[in-house]
Design a protein around this ligand. Structure first.
Ligand code: ZN
Length: 242
């Protein structure tokens, strides 16, 4: 099952795919791969950026990433592991994957606009999609979810209006903007959070609440105008749910 998600992904083919995939999402492109050092299990800040010229040609996962990738594969997600990359100060992709699909109870959920995302965030996203979103859609709207539309994951940028790097700069957040049901209905956050029928509005509030159980930080339309059209789902850090 989903052999692509296993360690086999650490091939030059995966690296090539990774670089191809990055191009569409990173303004200015990524500035070179700096693959992880398998002998070093420390978290990202302990690892110095490796100049492109000295980057080795293998992508052995750190132990924590290998364990996450195994869990993600077991969840039924389809993905390719990506090589570690340092794009700019404060911007990196370490232990990330390119997600193609997530497991629903009965059928896979496809995704749109996803870029690289940290494995731990991908895992939380997969669990939320299946146990939070897909099941809520069946219960409240009478149809499973076929697709989750996003506004991306990795972006080398600051939090709007601040000097602080966004979690998106570390590929640790996903912005979700809409859900497409198997029966063809499309639920759009911007339109339906307040403007949908009662069941649709309840569905959006239920999936927002369930996201708060699985992610560190969740921001939605009630937080501020910048989030009126998406849920910001961020993996790490203290619990914050608005
Ligand atoms: Zn966001």
């Amino acid at each position: 099952m989903r052999a692509k998600g296993k360690i086999r992904g650490w091939t030059l083919a995966a690296a090539a795919l990774a670089l191809a995939g990055c191009g569409s999402l990173i303004p200015g492109g990524s500035s070179g791969a700096a693959p992880g050092n398998a002998s070093q299990s420390a978290r990202a800040p302990a690892r110095p950026a490796v100049p492109v010229a000295s980057a080795p040609q293998s992508y052995a996962p750190r132990a924590e990433d290998a364990s996450c990738l195994a869990d993600l594969g077991a969840s039924g997600a389809r993905f390719d592991p990506l090589p570690d990359t340092y794009a700019a100060p404060g911007c990196n992709k370490l232990g990330t994957v390119q997600l193609m699909a997530l497991a629903g109870d009965r059928a896979p959920l496809t995704l749109s606009n996803m870029g690289p995302v940290r494995c731990s965030v991908a895992k939380a996203f997969g669990d939320w999609a299946r146990f939070g979103v897909d099941r809520a859609a069946r219960q409240l709207l009478g149809s499973p979810v076929a697709k989750i539309e996003t506004m991306g994951s990795y972006a080398c940028r600051n939090v709007a209006g601040s000097e602080r790097r966004s979690a998106h700069a570390r590929a640790e957040a996903i912005d979700v903007s809409a859900f497409v049901l198997a029966d063809g209905r499309r639920i759009v956050l911007k339109r339906d959070w307040d403007g949908g029928d009662a069941a649709t509005r309840e569905f959006l509030r239920v999936v927002h609440k369930s996201a708060c159980k699985r992610f560190g930080t969740v921001l939605g339309p009630e937080y501020n105008a910048a989030h009126e059209d998406h849920f910001h789902l961020e993996g790490a850090g203290a619990k914050f749910c608005r």
